[in-house]
Design a protein around this ligand. Structure first.
Ligand SMILES: [Zn+2]
Length: 122
């Protein structure tokens, strides 16, 4: 019996390292900011402090990291979103965490439903 075979296969859970981390572009970030601003305006939240293009450099490294909630690394297949901590407040720097689409959706704070509704109305 060759015991060393077991050692070679023992390194599990590294699959996600083969995927490149998510690279946030300025144009993607601008699109996200404008989408969040629209959601907040529609819900009558105060947007005076909302995330904007000037926060790009702050979020670039955060979006290369992992989801706040499930701990999975962001990739093109699992893109980051901003999840609000306090649902009554807007997407400002003190009220958002980086989380994946799935976690954001499963939290059900209404943003995704708003997106769907807007899509249907067009
Ligand atoms: Zn997640």
């Amino acid at each position: 019996m060759a015991y060393e075979d077991f050692d070679l296969k023992g390194d599990c859970g590294t699959e996600e390292n083969y995927l490149s981390p998510f690279e946030l572009t300025l144009s993607t970030w601008r699109t996200m900011c404008s989408r969040y601003r629209k959601q907040d305006v529609k819900a009558n939240r105060d947007i005076s402090d909302n995330v904007s293009a000037r926060d790009y450099e702050t979020y670039f490294p955060i979006f290369r990291g992992k989801c706040d909630r499930c701990g999975k690394r962001f990739t093109d297949f699992l893109p980051p979103t901003l999840g609000r901590i306090n649902c009554k407040k807007a997407h400002n720097n003190n009220n958002v965490g980086a989380c994946c689409e799935l976690c954001n959706k499963s939290r059900g704070d209404g943003d995704m439903e708003e997106d769907m509704l807007q899509f249907k109305l067009r």
